[in-house]
Design a protein. Structure first.
Length: 192
């Protein structure tokens, strides 16, 4: 049923508007059989989100924590995260949409972002200790950076930005690097 839901979403269905009957029909089962697997549509979406984000969550420490340090590692981390978001864009969009109206989905979304915040904060703290990163409150900075990137990614997937994926990634990278490493690290000649 998870794959049936993914297929429906990939064809352009809105998760909020999907009915259990449609999901069951796509999966080739009866509506009543749906309830043998899931409590309700929310339960199905939670499991779909968890399944989809497993690869990204498994790589979060590597993406944001252990990969190459310094400004040069930021682009690679952002690209990989966006590749996964683009690969599963319908599920990411369904989760973002449902998180605005469903507290359980919102909590799952917050937990996912908190994992990124923790990894980014740890990276900033390590780099501050060796003088690579500007001083400041690492966790607060991580919250802002993760919020910026996650919102930018969702808006890009929704088609709201008017930018190419490359332009969006470049803007995220430049902003991230300037905020953490300073203007010189991004090639700026002048200080802001």
């Amino acid at each position: 049923m998870l794959e049936a839901t993914r297929r429906l979403l990939d064809r352009g269905a809105s998760f909020v508007d999907l009915r259990i009957e449609e999901i069951a029909r796509e999966a080739g089962i009866s509506r009543s059989a749906f309830y043998n697997y899931f409590d309700d549509k929310r339960d199905l979406l939670v499991r779909l989100i968890e399944r989809t984000t497993e690869p990204l969550v498994a790589q979060v420490d590597e993406l944001m924590g252990g990969r190459p340090s310094g400004p040069e590692g930021v682009r690679e981390s952002l690209e990989r995260a966006f590749e996964l978001a683009r690969e599963h864009e319908r599920i990411v969009l369904a989760a973002a949409q449902a998180a605005t109206v469903d507290e359980a989905i919102a909590e799952l979304w917050r937990e996912l972002l908190a994992r990124f915040v923790g990894a980014v904060a740890a990276r900033i703290e390590r780099q501050q200790q060796v003088g690579m990163v500007l001083p400041g409150p690492a966790r607060a900075q991580a919250v802002v950076l993760v919020a910026m990137v996650s919102e930018a990614f969702v808006r890009q997937l929704q088609g709201f930005t008017g930018l190419s994926d490359g332009e969006l990634l470049e803007a995220c990278q430049v902003t991230w690097v300037r905020a953490t490493y300073g203007p010189e690290a991004s090639g700026d000649e002048r200080r802001s």
